[in-house]
Design a protein around this ligand. Structure first.
Ligand code: AMP
Length: 277
């Protein structure tokens, strides 16, 4: 496994590769969710590259950029065990030199959900992913359904800007009790961790209602809200039943829908989602 820190090294290496290259962008502090993406990439490509970069531009000044969990040695050992070929771990200055002034902005779909709560977040995500694509030049890039809106934004960007790569989406990896794996789960207190499966249970409830024929999106939102509010530690940020492509809220579920929610459990804010149809 080669660990690369500079863009110049990454380009030199890329020039030597023949055959397909799969790419998994991450912010590190890896877990099974990330490793599953690596396994998908290894199964579908000749080479696999992973990036580890905690991207400052997708955090607002009030968010946890400084304290975001990091463990370089552990991450590298995990990637080595998965037989990753390349790890790109640039410094902040390497990605954002002082004169940096160009941004990639995906409009409309970024006004909703996470974008409404975290202004500027998706501008940071789209910009860094675009830069990483330009540096790594992957054949395929792998993203997790866990961050459903991020997937929609990256797919939109890749299509709108005619990027010469395939965006592949892998299902959310969960703990045995249903909690979606996330680097930020380490912030949960023991009581918060115990309460956390309430997110997925509320989504399963929505799925059951829908499978039994409920097509009224408002009733699904109400049921999820009531289920979350019954958990004393949880504070619901939003629950959404939206068109999977435009992310516009639905009143009737007459097409494929994304049910997503964000919930505060003490300090950490957790997200989860399921697809219907
Ligand atoms: P992050 O390091 O949080 O930026 O995540 C890097 C990639 O891993 C993103 O594409 C995430 O959607 C994906 N990912 C994070 N958690 C999970 C999970 N529990 N299941 C599947 N993919 C995940």
């Amino acid at each position: 496994m080669k660990v690369i820190k500079t863009i110049a090294e990454a380009r030199a290496l890329r020039r030597q590769l023949t055959g397909s290259l799969g790419f998994v962008p991450t912010m590190g502090y890896l877990h099974e969710g990330h490793l599953t993406l690596v396994r998908h990439s290894r199964a579908e490509n000749r080479h696999t590259a992973v990036s580890i970069f905690v991207n400052p531009t997708q955090f607002s000044p009030k968010e946890d950029y400084q304290s975001y969990p990091r463990d370089e040695a552990r991450d590298l050992a995990m990637l080595e065990a998965e037989r990753t070929d390349f790890v790109f771990m640039p410094s902040e200055e390497e990605i954002y030199p002082r004169a940096f002034s160009t941004w990639v902005e995906v409009t409309r779909i970024t006004d909703r959900l996470e974008g409404a709560v975290r202004p500027g977040h998706f501008r940071g995500v789209a910009t860094v992913v675009n830069k990483l694509f330009n540096i790594i030049e992957p054949t395929r890039a792998y993203f997790g359904q866990k961050d459903a809106q991020q997937v929609t934004v990256i797919q939109r960007m890749a299509a709108d800007l005619n990027m010469n790569l395939q965006v592949v989406v892998a299902p959310t990896v969960r703990e045995p009790d249903g909690l979606a794996m996330s680097s930020r789960n380490v912030y949960l207190t023991p009581a918060g961790r115990k309460a956390a499966p309430v997110l997925f249970r509320s989504l399963q409830l929505a799925r059951e209602m829908w499978a039994k024929g409920e097509k009224d999106a408002g009733r699904l939102r109400q049921a999820v809200t009531a289920h979350i509010e019954a958990e004393p530690l949880a504070r619901l940020d939003y629950v959404s039943v939206a068109d999977t492509e435009t992310l516009e809220e639905l009143s009737v579920i007459d097409r494929p829908a994304l049910v997503s929610l964000a919930v505060k459990l003490g300090k950490p804010r957790l997200m989860d989602n399921i697809l219907l149809g």
